[in-house]
Design a protein around this ligand. Structure first.
Ligand code: UD1
Length: 430
């Protein structure tokens, strides 16, 4: 297993390019199942999760061609994927493929809508508390699916086809909103989703579905209205920039000090997190080509933050914020309201000298004068990158083990950071 070593204390300066959003690229790739025609996706990030999903889609019969060599280092353009699901040859998504990544479960609805049946293993993914799929199943049932659980698989059937319905989610779920939105696009009649997630990645998928011939109103609001159609067409769509990667590097610059332009980033996708960062004393300005983040040697002010569905502070940036606040000039209070057990980074940050107390869903982070490098372990995707941020601030060398978690969601992380002056390198295991 690869490791990453960082020698802390170097400021970050220059620019780095933000990739296409993982959390949009995955559902967009899945949307290819909805049409026999070609769906071309531009700006797809080169990530382990994308490759895992590509394998799953190929198994269903999706023909995937990749082109578009990226211009390096800037302007950054990801890969172009051409996905064609002319014939779906297999409606089963097996355990060995689905257990590595939760979002692969989202193929269930589109397969069902297209083929009238689907058999998908219950999901795996990051170990961040129980992550049920009840909302997905309730949504599909409302559209007329019969659902059984058999040997760890969800078996969904819609012998008479799917019919539009009113789906009211009791809780905001990104995945369940994606699932019902995509499925409803091929259901008969109108579907209304109430309490839909408003994450920009949902809007990106909705925009793509509209290009494919779907009719969708209310994009960006918590009520989505979808008029189903019997056939969707091919389309060309560019994946929006990754706001979580943007926030992560913004926090990294705040941690290390310096002045970096995040090229291709869109400030409007991340207002709450940027506002939080500004409260800590970090400069954030929109530029013609992205967002510039700067911090001089001044102290970081502590802040109190609670994670919330969009437009609130994203849970996917909670660990990174916590890493930053370990060095703040006072005590920060960080409450995680989306996932239980999403505090696995705490014990690793403590190994670096952080002072963090956990009280249920809340972390009390007392800023310390310095962190000291140590061996730490990556436990999940976002937790791992919080250790990178801590490593940039720590004195001496920090070695992060099990970095395969990082590769699921961060493309060329070492290159992007070392290009701005960080001392970071990967040791590839033989
Ligand atoms: C997506 C993101 C992930 C992010 C999360 C919350 C992708 C690929 N992943 O994950 O990075 O951290 O949104 O912003 O886009 N829940 C249920 N029943 C369900 C589904 C969810 O109770 O059927 C609960 C979850 O346990 C969690 C909450 O709802 O407590 C939100 O989860 P959800 O928004 O569904 O997360 P994902 O879509 O899995």
């Amino acid at each position: 297993m690869d490791r990453i070593s960082i020698v802390g204390g170097k400021a970050l300066n220059g620019s780095l390019a933000i990739s296409g959003a993982k959390n949009a690229a995955l559902p967009l790739m899945i949307a290819s199942l909805l049409t026999p025609e070609r769906l071309t996706l531009k700006n797809v990030p080169n990530l382990a999760d994308v490759n895992t999903l590509a394998r799953i889609l190929r198994n269903h019969g999706v023909d995937l061609a990749v082109d578009g060599k990226r211009a390096d280092p800037s302007p950054y353009l990801g890969e172009t994927f051409h996905l064609t699901a002319r014939d779906i040859v297999d409606t089963t998504a097996p355990y060995e493929m689905v257990n590595r990544m939760r979002a692969s479960f989202w193929v269930l609805g589109p397969l069902l809508a297209r083929c009238g049946e689907a058999r998908v293993s219950m999901p795996g993914g990051c170990a961040i508390g129980t992550r049920p799929v009840d909302l997905h199943l309730a949504g599909l049932k409302a559209l007329g699916a019969e659902i059984d659980i058999d040997g760890g698989y969800v078996v969904a059937k819609a012998r008479k086809g799917l019919k539009g319905a009113r789906v009211v989610f009791p809780k905001v779920s990104v995945g369940a909103t994606h699932a019902v939105l995509m499925t409803a696009a091929l259901a008969k009649g109108e579907t209304v989703i109430e309490n839909a997630a408003r994450e920009p990645e949902i809007g990106d998928v909705a925009d793509c579905l509209v290009k494919m011939g779907a009719r969708i109103d209310g994009v960006g609001t918590s009520t989505l209205r979808i008029q189903g159609t019997s056939r969707l067409e091919g389309a060309v769509h560019t994946v929006l920039p990754d706001r979580i990667e943007t926030g992560t590097y913004a926090f990294a610059v705040a941690a290390a000090g310096g002045d970096v332009e995040l090229k291709g980033a869109r400030k409007s996708l991340l207002e709450t997190a940027f506002a939080a960062l500004e409260k800590t004393g970090v400069g954030v300005t929109e530029t013609a080509t992205g967002v510039r983040v700067s911090r001089n040697s001044g102290a970081l002010e502590p802040i109190s933050v609670e994670t919330q569905p969009f437009p609130g502070f994203p849970t996917d940036l909670q660990a990174q914020l916590m890493a930053l606040m370990t060095r703040a000039n006072g005590t920060s209070v960080i409450r995680e309201t989306i996932f239980e057990n999403r505090f696995m980074h705490v014990q690793e940050l403590v190994r670096l000298g952080a002072d963090i107390q956990l009280q249920g869903d809340t972390a009390i982070v007392k800023g310390v004068k310095s962190l000291r490098g140590a061996q730490v372990m990556a436990t999940d995707l976002r937790a791992s990158v919080s250790l990178v941020i801590a490593g940039l601030m720590a004195e001496g060398k920090t070695t992060i083990n099990r970095v395969y978690h990082l590769d699921r969601g961060f493309e060329r992380l070492e290159q992007k950071l070392s290009g701005c002056g960080a001392s970071i390198e990967r040791q590839v295991s033989g």
